[in-house]
Design a protein around this ligand. Structure first.
Ligand SMILES: Nc1nc2c(ncn2[C@@H]2O[C@H](COP(=O)(O)OP(=O)(O)OP(=O)(O)O)[C@@H](O)[C@H]2O)c(=O)[nH]1
Ligand SMILES: [Mg+2]
Length: 242
């Protein structure tokens, strides 16, 4: 190949990379209430210092007029940057309270999202009777495993669900500024072994189920409020960076 052809090939590859940056990649961000989904949404929209959200700032959704379902929040585009690569992802911020869980499925099936991002925190390490995170992941995994869609989803969503499966599940163990503390924890994280951390033990059964369904799972520690490892994890999990 001559030098002109090489330069041309490089230009074409650079152009393809640039176009890929703008191809929308739909992600769905779900998880129990108070795990940090809104904080993550804000961090992805405008990276920086995020104001801690108070008790009165939980995400809620209004019931639609003449209907029993809730109004879906708008989705928005976020530009992710990591290791010199960029990617546009689309997501929306849905509440984590139990009455909104069906909206996670609605969002997932209607947008046919590519990556399900499950936000968890360390509450089950602080109180072993607390199962909020397990219930949230369980709800999603069981919906994916089930042959029958919940009737509450409506005809159109149930139709869109046919043959759908996300490409991957990304589990973000948020609030790492609080639970990733000891030298042993950091050592695990630095060596890429964070999936072995006890914070993930309670999820093993559902992780096995996902593996058996051939859905790859990417696990990592992040802090949405501190902007620690957030974009890096998502970009890696989406296969944009190594
Ligand atoms: N320490 C710490 N706190 C965080 C982090 N991310 C979020 N929080 C706090 O956790 C609380 C809940 O955050 P939200 O973002 O409102 O949680 P949510 O998942 O959107 O909650 P719902 O809207 O009820 O579903 C807030 O007080 C946040 O300031 C983090 O990385 N570290
Ligand atoms: Mg919220």
């Amino acid at each position: 190949m001559g030098s002109t052809e090489i330069v041309f090939a490089h230009t074409v590859l650079a152009l393809i990379d640039k176009v890929k940056e703008y191809i929308r990649y739909d992600i769905g961000v779900y998880g129990a209430s108070m795990t940090g989904k809104t904080t993550l949404d804000k961090q992805l929209t405008t990276p920086g210092l995020i104001r801690p959200l108070g008790e009165n700032q939980r995400t809620h959704h209004k019931i639609k007029a003449l209907s029993s379902s809730h109004r879906m929040p708008n989705s928005s585009a976020k530009r992710l940057v990591s290791k010199g690569r960029k990617k546009t992802v689309i997501s929306r911020d849905i509440g984590g309270h139990e009455e909104y869980q069906y909206m996670w499925l609605k969002d997932m099936y209607q947008r046919k999202i590519k990556a399900v991002v499950v936000v968890i925190d360390h509450r089950h390490l602080l109180d072993e009777d607390n199962t909020d995170n397990q219930v949230a992941l369980g709800y999603l995994v069981e919906a994916l495993a089930s042959k029958k869609p919940p009737k509450s989803l409506g005809m159109w969503t149930r139709f869109k669900r046919r043959n759908y499966r996300p490409d991957k599940i990304i589990i973000l163990a948020n609030k790492a500024d609080e639970w990733l503390q000891t030298d042993k924890d950091w050592d695990m994280w630095e060596h890429g072994l964070i999936a072995n951390h006890p914070i993930f033990d309670v999820f093993r059964e559902h992780l096995f189920l996902l593996q058996e369904m051939s859905i790859p799972v990417h696990i990592d520690a992040v802090s949405a409020i501190r902007n620690f490892n957030v974009q890096e994890t998502l970009m890696k999990a989406m296969g944009v960076t190594e």
